[in-house]
Design a protein around this ligand. Structure first.
Ligand SMILES: [Zn+2]
Length: 256
């Protein structure tokens, strides 16, 4: 697999970006980026719909559980949708400099929003250790701080960007994992997959289709977390019909 083929048709990778310049994917990488998140848009919509409807039917449409599932489900859909729109526009050269800035910043901002939204069901629907209840709103403050930083210093300090992503992603987990309740194993597994994904997030220009690998790992991790929310917080098989039966046979909570 050559870095740059002479024909240009099988170019798997471009040189690493320098300074504030963004990495320029090859045609193959553009397609990989689009498909690796585009494929998750429809499933995310379907799963988010199942989650919210199951919560609404079980607890009422204005219940805390429905609101928490709604926030999480909306962020799940937006994460893959915004990313796919950005990568399609990037490939099709649809944008001016300004539009590229807006879409790229929105793509990055969604990472912060999605981190906060992923924690929201766990923080709102589970008892927290003493002194950590402020994380319920604190996780959104962290996301806003991250987004403001990212808007002010977009692409200026890329390692700082990544460090903030990981910090905001990991710190609330220290509290959530102390809840010692059902679903912690899945939360830990999903978090580990995200962290592996971050490695690939930083390998543009060093590994072909590294960004697409990051995309796929985000999809896998978010699905693991979805299953944990649906089966342990929502406690109904309706949100995970494709795997609810064997799981709920194991957990009595699914009987309600
Ligand atoms: Zn992307």
């Amino acid at each position: 697999m050559s870095k740059n083929s002479s024909s240009g048709r099988t170019q798997w990778m471009n040189p690493v970006a320098v300074g504030r310049a963004g990495y320029e994917p090859t045609t193959i990488e553009h397609w990989a980026n689009i498909l690796s998140h585009g494929a998750f848009v429809a499933p995310a919509m379907w799963l988010a719909w199942l989650l919210v409807v199951a919560a609404g039917v079980a607890d009422g449409w204005h219940s805390m559980r429905t609101v928490a599932c709604g926030i999480y489900g909306l962020a799940l859909v937006l994460l893959f949708t915004v990313s796919t729109v950005f990568h399609v526009a990037s490939f099709c050269m649809l944008f001016t400099w300004l539009l590229r800035q807006v879409l790229h910043r929105a793509d990055r901002a969604m990472i912060y929003v999605f981190i906060a939204a992923s924690y929201t069901p766990w923080l709102l629907l589970q008892p927290l250790p003493p002194g950590m209840v402020h994380l319920r709103w604190g996780v959104w403050v962290l996301a806003v701080v991250g987004i403001v930083y990212q808007q002010l210093f977009h692409e200026m300090y890329k390692m700082v960007d990544t460090t903030i992503y990981v910090t905001i992603g990991v710190v609330p987990a220290l509290a959530v994992l102390q809840m010692a309740d059902a679903g912690m194993w899945e939360l830990g597994l999903g978090g580990a997959v995200y962290l592996v994904g971050v490695v690939f997030f930083k390998l543009d220009g060093r590994l072909p289709c590294a960004h697409a690998v990051w995309h796929v790992l985000v999809g896998v991790a978010s699905y693991v977390h979805y299953v944990a929310v649906a089966t342990h917080l929502l406690a109904t098989p309706a949100a995970v019909p494709h795997l609810a039966a064997p799981h709920c046979a194991r957990d009595a909570v699914c009987e309600q």
